[in-house]
Design a protein around this ligand. Structure first.
Ligand SMILES: [Fe+2]
Length: 194
């Protein structure tokens, strides 16, 4: 099962760079742009998904979760802007249209509509696991290719891991056990957390 914002394949995208930043090998720049574009799809998908959750949570903890999510939306929208502008800086053309996200993403559409705060938080635990795992895989690759883009990804991952903790703190008991432990899909995690 595909879960959570992974690193995509890029069959539909032909990257053609006429120039890139000085000192960066052009073949390396193409791969860096691919990695940036995949994270741009992920960031755009994630900030929309977080807004969807912001609108669809119900229950006694509504206001806390509803309000917790907006700063995450804003931060992740900012990531998308930085990723897109880095693509342009490297001589590429960032793709920010909705159909392109759906065509090129390697993860499934967020699967939960109106539901309790705990159910959505359980599902978001799985979403953040996918996003963060993909960022870390890209960081691993960028270490060899481009430390400047790597630095951007590290900064974004730092924030995403903080937000993931905000989510998980709602799913944790006094012993540190997560209610979503072992759940491998949004639906299973929502059920375990609910
Ligand atoms: Fe709102």
């Amino acid at each position: 099962m595909r879960v959570g914002f992974g690193v995509g394949t890029f069959q539909n995208m032909a990257i053609n760079l006429k120039y890139t930043t000085p000192g960066l090998d052009e073949k390396d720049a193409v791969r860096v742009v691919e990695l940036l574009q995949d994270r741009l799809y992920a960031a755009n998908d994630l900030h929309l998904t977080l807004k969807h959750v912001h609108w669809n949570v119900v229950g006694p903890h509504f206001i806390a979760v509803h309000e917790m999510l907006d700063p995450q939306v804003e931060e992740v929208r900012g990531f998308a802007d930085d990723l897109a502008e880095r693509i342009a800086t490297l001589g590429g053309s960032p793709v920010g249209t909705p159909a392109a996200i759906v065509e090129n993403r390697s993860w499934d559409e967020y699967s939960i509509g109106r539901a309790t705060t705990q159910e959505h938080l359980g599902a978001l635990d799985v979403v953040y696991q996918g996003v963060i795992t993909s960022y870390r895989a890209a960081i691993e690759e960028l270490g060899e290719l481009d430390p400047v883009t790597e630095d951007m990804f590290i900064g974004q991952t730092d924030k995403l891991e903080l937000f993931h903790w905000f989510i998980r703190a709602h799913l944790e008991d006094k012993s540190g056990e997560l209610s979503t432990s072992g759940a491998d899909s949004e639906k299973a995690a929502a059920e375990a957390a609910g």
